[in-house]
Design a protein around this ligand. Sequence first.
Ligand code: FAD
Length: 470
Amino acid sequence: ARYDIEAFKKRIDGVKIEENPALVRQKSRDFFWYSPTLKRQLDAVTADIVVSPASEQQVLQVLAAAHDHAIPVTPRGTGTGNYGQAMPLSGGILLDLSQFNAVREIGHGRVVAEPGTVIAALDKETRSHSRQEIRLHPSTYHTASIGGFIAGGSGGVGSIRWGGLRDTGNIIRLKVATMEASPRILEFTGDDIHKVSHAYGTNGIITEVEMPLTPAHDWVDVIVGFDDLRAATQFANDLGEQDGLLIKELGLVAAPIAHDHFKRHRKFIAREQHVVLIMVADFQTAPLMGFIKRYRGAQVLFRNDQLPAEDLKGLPPVFELSWNHTTLRALRDDPSITYLQVLYPFPNQIELVQRIHERFGEEVPAHLEFVKFDGKVTCFGLPLVRFSSEERLEEIMAIHEEMGAPIFNPHRYTLEEGGMKQTDETQLAFKREADPQGLLNPGKMVAWEDPDYDFKSGKNFLFKGLAAQG
Ligand code: FAD
């Protein structure tokens, strides 16, 4: 064995472990298979052991023992990430945080929780406690952990009103455990939060989160159809700019994706219809309907507040048709489909969406998610791609960038290559302090593994630990 797991186990008496290779392999995976590239690269990745601490004290016990035996530790919430973020490229310990999952305190406008709390469970408690809800959540609301969302996610349902997780104020406070001989617990507020938010657990283990809450509402799902993509995009953008209208989700899916892949909603949607997906607060449906009437060609296809209960049976909520659930539904039906992550920058987003649509046609069906980005409404895209080869995929991404639409590459497992192709100096500096031996989630931060790596070389970073796994 590469690591002295037996000696490590003796040090963590009382902490739940799993060593059955099939179960360890299962917990070593996430939704990396969305990408044909990552599927090829990461399929063989597995940890040596899964360790499931249920308290901060147990997390510290595991980290100290792992540190002494120089065993890598890869944290995992519930493993719904899409880029192999929670996959242990060097093997070692998979630190499963899903059992460390209590809601600790609910106040006016805030909640304190342990990192493994599933977002839907958190929301349920804040709703029943004082009719408050979390501002934003990924479309994996029912399965994702709050710690995994902060360490690996970016935004989602609610981002049309609140922006993304990185936006000031959307995380109040984090507690973080370091990877040292005597692990410390640090507390971060303000801009210090960005040392560890969206760092894939490469430089600390989040042991407590404090998140802002907002008054809870009953949300109504509405789907509006259009025959013309440009008209649909203009409508959605205008709707996003209605400051008085309380909406929580605003997405757009180009034809024929909704009809072809939203099986349970298919009867409401014609194949040639582009659809706008909306979640609106229940007391705001009349103003929304008034707004829709202003748009020629806009057709309300679906409202879940006006259907008898038996017609709603088995229908997923609209947010499970959006964000990466759109992708999931399409690639479950057709495994040759994959996707991209694109920003259409303000103020040219509508024009850019149209030009890119005209350029690629059926090969890259549009899927837009409208968000507030630095106070401006614009759209982020998760377009589908009818995959032919990795070379063509790279070419499609290069063309997007040439046309002025930056890509956040979902076919890479490193922080930098998936993001802005540069090192986050704050995260790197904190890693030097909190994980001097480089044991946390190895291989995910290029700047740590190869400080001289040239992102302009056009090559993909390949972590050496991956070869050892094969
Ligand atoms: P995991 O996948 O377990 O972990 C994510 C990352 O965080 C990993 O790098 C892991 O090492 C690290 N990590 C986990 N817990 C900790 C901790 N306590 N301390 C330090 N590091 C930690 N994402 C969005 O942002 N928005 C969306 O709308 C969205 N929609 C999705 C839809 C589908 C169908 C799928 C499959 C994925 C989607 N995602 C989305 C991605 C993912 O579901 C979310 O980001 C989710 O919040 C991740 O939570 P998790 O518990 O599964 O994290």
